[in-house]
Write a protein that binds this ligand. Structure first.
Ligand SMILES: O=P(O)(O)OC[C@@]1(O)O[C@H](CO)[C@@H](O)[C@@H]1O
Ligand SMILES: [Mg+2]
Length: 277
């Protein structure tokens, strides 16, 4: 029921994004001049939350949505049934016509992720997974790759929207070290949700990033795990959805090899109090 609804809602969101992409896109900024947002991000989030409230009634479920949080709504994951939403993951891609843009909708109960749907709009691929029930792309089962040799892997990372030189230096130093292991290649689609689905289908072996948000990865987290993959913190500890740090990989051999090279830098937690952000 929850899954069907998330799927239905994601289809509505995708139609809206595709339609908006046909006319001129007015671009605004959020935390920095490279952190882009459009009216479509805001409208699509309202459509998603509005249709879920219509179904479940006001006050029964909680919502953590990228654009609502940007406008000051709290970003705290409680035990209550909670939807975690990125209406447009890959806004920069959307603005530039770079063809990877995804809608990401996840559902958690008691802080446990139960369901995730990532709809890659322009590729027309709907990825979905329910805890314990497997992962699918356009209804076909998907599975992570079985590569254990890091030298035969493709790794994804992104550089995010925080361009302070010391962080960028660490990000590129990590990428340089991983590239020189050597791996077959380094990639990045510009959407964390899509990156995770690429891990889930076995197109790449891992995706890691410091600076991602819970709405970028919540749905992808269910999909990767249900496709047989794993999630870890960048220091090798347990994955924490609100920590803004994640390694998702096909197996722990690949994950731990990458973790050896990651230069960690601080990122304020999604659920940090405003004065700590
Ligand atoms: O702002 P958007 O388009 O929803 O987020 C896209 C994105 O920049 O967010 C992550 C960093 O926060 C990146 O992995 C990803 O590429
Ligand atoms: Mg977004």
């Amino acid at each position: 029921m929850v899954g069907d609804l998330a799927e239905k809602t994601s289809v509505r969101a995708v139609l809206e994004i595709r339609k908006a992409g046909e006319s001129e896109i007015r671009v605004m900024t959020k935390s920095s001049t490279v952190d882009l947002v459009t009216k479509t991000d805001e409208r699509v989030e309202k459509i998603i939350i509005g249709s879920l409230i219509k179904e479940f009634g006001e006050g029964t479920h909680c919502f953590i949505g990228e654009e609502s949080v940007a406008k000051g709504e709290p970003c705290i994951l409680t035990d209550k049934p909670t939807w975690i939403i990125d209406p447009v993951d890959g806004t920069t891609n959307f603005v530039h016509g770079f063809p990877f843009v995804a809608v990401s909708i996840a559902f958690a109960v008691k802080k446990q992720l139960e369901f995730g749907v990532v709809y890659s709009c322009l590729e027309d691929k709907m990825y979905k997974a329910r805890r314990g029930k497997g992962a699918f792309c356009n209804d076909e089962p998907i599975q992570v790759s079985d590569v254990k040799d890091i030298n035969k892997s493709i790794i994804i990372s992104e550089h995010g929207t925080d361009r302070s030189p010391e962080k960028v230096k660490k990000i590129f130093s990590t990428m340089q070290k991983i590239l020189c292991i050597p791996v077959h290649g380094l990639r990045g689609s510009g959407t964390a949700a899509t990156n995770m689905c690429l891990v889930a289908t076995g197109a790449v072996e891992a995706f890691f990033e410091i600076g991602i948000h819970c709405w970028d990865i919540a749905a992808g987290a269910v999909i990767v795990q249900e496709a047989g993959g794993i999630l870890l913190d960048v220091d090798g500890g347990p994955f924490d959805l609100m920590s803004r740090r994640m390694v998702s990989a096909n197996n722990d051999v690949i994950a731990k090899r990458i973790i050896k090279e990651i230069e960690i830098f601080p990122a304020a937690r999604d659920d940090a109090t405003p004065e700590k952000k």
